[in-house]
Ligand binder design. Structure first.
Ligand code: ASP
Length: 337
C-alpha cells in the first residue's frame, strides 16, 4: 500500500501499445485536525487499494472500461467510508437523495439518476438507463419506477442511514450551513478521526478507465452535500459536469462544489481543452481544477485518463481519496498531497 505524495498523475508506461488502466476517487476535502487518524487512514487506503485491484482484475481479464468503472463505483457505494450508497450524507430534511451517472466513451451513450432514495446501487440503475432507455437522466419517483421495472435492488429509506451522517447533519444545521462540506467554520465541531474532515469533504465517488481495446468510460455516484435542500441536484448526474467520457479525448469523474462544477461544465471542459486547444491531459486538468474552478470559488478535484492511458488526479483541496492502477502493476493509492 502506498500513500506517496506523487499519486497525482502518471505517464503511461509504454505508449506503443494500449495498457489498460483504472483510476478511482472517494471524494476530496480538508485534512482533519484529529490526532488519532492513523487507523482510519489505513482503512481508507486499504479500501481504495482493494477497489483499484478489482478494477484492474476486470481489465486484465479483457473486460471493458465500462464494466471496470461500474464495478469500482458499485464497490465504493457499498463501502460506508464513502459518501455514496450506504454512508451517504443527509438532506436538510434528514432524508437521503442519491445521484449517479455513467458514460461510455466509445458511443457517447450515457445514463443517470438523481434524487433517488430507495435504490441500493444508483450506479447500476444509471447503467440500465444508459443501456435500456431512450432517455439519459431520470429523477426521483420516475427513476425509482424505472429501477423497479428493471429489477434493481430496492431498499428501505433507512438503509442509507449512519449515525455519523446524522451527527454531521446536526452540526450543519447548528452552524446554519446549507452546504456544510464547504464551511470551514464547521471544523471546530467535528469529532471525526477520518483523515479528511467529513464536515469539509466532498464525498462523491467515481472511477475512470481505459481498456485494452482503447475504450474510455467514466462513472460517478454521490449522496450529495450534507444539509442540501430536498430536490437539489448537483454536478454528479450531469453529463459534462460530474462525469464525461469520449474515446476521442478523455474520461473524467469529478468531486467538489457541485454548483461550481456545473457552472464550469468542468468534466467536459477538460475534454474540450484537449480537443480544441491541443492541450495535454495534465495541462487541461490543471487549467480546469487549479485555475477555472478556483476562480469561481470551486473546491474539489477530479480523476482523468486520456486516450493514451495517461492518468491525472488533480485537486485544489488539501486531500483527495484516490488511486489508480495499470494492468500488471501494483495499485497506487493516496489521500494527501
Ligand atoms: N459534487 C457533489 C455534489 O455537489 C458533492 C461531492 O463531490 O461530494 O453533489
Amino acid at each position: 500500500m502506498t500513500d506517496s505524495s506523487n499519486v497525482s498523475n502518471s505517464e503511461k508506461p509504454n505508449l506503443s501499445a494500449p495498457v489498460a488502466v483504472i483510476a478511482i476517487h472517494g471524494g476530496a476535502g480538508a485534512i482533519t485536525r484529529a490526532a488519532m487518524s492513523a487507523e482510519k487512514e489505513r482503512l481508507y487506503l486499504l479500501a481504495l487499494e482493494q477497489i483499484v485491484s478489482s478494477g484492474q482484475a476486470i481489465l486484465a481479464a479483457g473486460g471493458s472500461a465500462l464494466d471496470a468503472v461500474t464495478e469500482a463505483v458499485r464497490l465504493l457505494e457499498e463501502c460506508p467510508l464513502f459518501n455514496a450508497g450506504t454512508g451517504s450524507v443527509m438532506t436538510h430534511l434528514g432524508t437521503h437523495e442519491l445521484d449517479a451517472c455513467i458514460m461510455d466513451g466509445k458511443t457517447l451513450d450515457a445514463g443517470a439518476v438523481s434524487c433517488v432514495s430507495h435504490i441500493r446501487n444508483p450506479i447500476l440503475t444509471a447503467r440500465k438507463v444508459m443501456e435500456l432507455s431512450p432517455h439519459v437522466l431520470f429523477t426521483g419517483e420516475g427513476a425509482e419506477i424505472f429501477a423497479r421495472e428493471h429489477q434493481q435492488e430496492m431498499v428501505a429509506a433507512d438503509y442509507f442511514y449512519t449515525q455519523e451522517r446524522y451527527d454531521q447533519l446536526q452540526r450543519a444545521k447548528a452552524s446554519a450551513g446549507v452546504m456544510l462540506d464547504h464551511d470551514a467554520a464547521s471544523l471546530t465541531a467535528s469529532k471525526s478521526d477520518d483523515p479528511l474532515d467529513p464536515d469539509r469533504k466532498f464525498g462523491t465517488v467515481g472511477a475512470v478507465a481505459l481498456d485494452a481495446f482503447g475504450n474510455l468510460a467514466a462513472a460517478t455516484s454521490t449522496g450529495g452535500m450534507t444539509n442540501k435542500q430536498a430536490g437539489r441536484v448537483g454536478d454528479t448526474p450531469i453529463i459534462g459536469a460530474g462525469c464525461y467520457a469520449s474515446n476521442r479525448t478523455v474520461a473524467v469523474s469529478s468531486t467538489g462544489t457541485g454548483e461550481v462544477f456545473m457552472r464550469a461544465v468542468a468534466a467536459y471542459d477538460v475534454a474540450a481543452l484537449i480537443d480544441y486547444a491541443g492541450m495535454t491531459l495534465q495541462q487541461a486538468a490543471d487549467k480546469v481544477v487549479m485555475e477555472k474552478l478556483v476562480a469561481l470559488d470551486g473546491q474539489g478535484g477530479m480523476i482523468a485518463i486520456d486516450r493514451f492511458g495517461n492518468v491525472c488526479l488533480p485537486f485544489n483541496s488539501e486531500g483527495m481519496y484516490r488511486g489508480f492502477g495499470y494492468v500488471g502493476q501494483a495499485p497506487e493509492v493516496a489521500i494527501y498531497r
